[in-house]
Design a protein around this ligand. Structure first.
Ligand code: UTP
Length: 303
């Protein structure tokens, strides 16, 4: 049988959203509300991730969740009853907005798989293995919010050439004192918007960091990532690290970084969430008018 990959096999058709983490940096808010549903102004983080994947032409979304975070599934899927109630009460525009936000399951395949214990990002991605479509996969971390410009995932897919590098990670330059908070590329050079790399290290000490190119939460990964993750021992922080599995594939499938055009906010941290909220509200002036706005804020006041 001819095993040459077809053009369809090389397309990124699946997006994995790991949403099973504990969100400890946002306790107590995350005791009962999943971090991925915390709002930036009025829009939950997961909505931005969904919209980015839709813009990128993804066909199947896999949410790797935890049984205690079932509110995420309720948010992602359409709620016909709530929409009908809103329509009955003369709030057709709100119903329409909810309908547009929810994933249209006629156009998009949706899967929920459970990660019983938060053993790390690599383990979460491995949990999605049985549900992925053939070919490379995208991984989107909803708490890394990227605003402005074209959607980061679309930009990456447009630039992706698996013949050159099967693993592509979104990167940004950070200060030397910040590298220990990120996965960091062992960069060898540049080619247009791509950063060529021969490896990747998770949370290095500043003196040991191979570069200042930090990896943020968007990945396009060759399907061999699942073999690399299977049986991988825990790495930094005692967690099964996606970074280690990516680094293991450098020789065989290749690795590059991609400098996206938007601005990234670390919405897993309070400072990042605050900055994202300010930016999303349109800067200082708009932020002041939001504070003065009636309940319902910017997007719902017209009802
Ligand atoms: P983070 O490390 O930022 O999230 O993981 P966390 O562990 O929930 O947050 P803190 O550090 O305790 O505050 C990034 C993304 O990966 C998911 C998280 O839900 C988040 O969306 N994740 C992380 C998993 O799905 N499983 C894991 O085992 C770890």
């Amino acid at each position: 049988m001819d095993r040459t990959p077809t053009a369809r096999d090389r397309r990124v058709r699946t997006a994995i959203f790991p949403v099973a983490g504990l969100g400890t940096r946002f306790l107590p808010a995350t005791k009962a509300t999943p971090k991925e549903l915390l709002p930036v102004l009025d829009t939950p983080l997961i909505q931005f991730a969904i919209d980015e994947a839709r813009e990128a032409g993804i066909e199947r979304m896999i949410f790797v969740s935890h049984p205690s975070k079932e509110a995420i599934e309720r948010y992602v899927r359409a709620d016909a009853e709530l929409e009908a109630t809103l329509r009955e009460r003369g709030k057709a525009r709100l119903a329409e907005m909810l309908h547009d936000n929810a994933v249209d399951e006629d156009a998009m395949q949706v899967r929920f798989v459970m990660q019983p214990e938060p053993l790390g990002l690599g383990h979460a991605v491995l949990c999605a293995r049985d549900e992925v479509l053939p070919g490379p996969v995208a991984v989107v971390l909803p708490d890394d919010l990227i605003l402005g410009g074209e959607g980061c995932l679309k930009e990456m897919i447009d630039a992706y050439d698996p013949a050159r590098a099967g693993h592509m990670v979104a990167t940004m330059q950070v200060g030397a004192e910040e590298v220990s908070s990120y996965g960091v590329l062992d960069a060898t050079g540049r080619e247009g918007g791509l950063i060529l790399a021969r490896g990747m290290v998770e949370k290095p000490a500043p003196e040991a960091a191979p570069s200042r190119q930090a990896v943020v939460g968007r990945y396009l990964l060759d399907a061999s990532i699942f073999e690399a993750l299977d049986g991988l021992p825990p790495g930094a922080g005692g967690e099964i690290q996606l970074t280690d599995a990516i680094a293991a594939g450098v020789e065989t499938v290749g690795l590059c970084g991609f400098r996206f055009s938007g601005v990234r906010y670390d919405c897993g941290s309070k400072a990042g969430m605050l900055a994202a909220t300010m930016a999303y509200a349109g800067g200082q002036a708009a932020y002041a008018s939001v504070l003065a706005a009636p309940p319902g804020g910017l997007t719902t006041a017209a009802e």
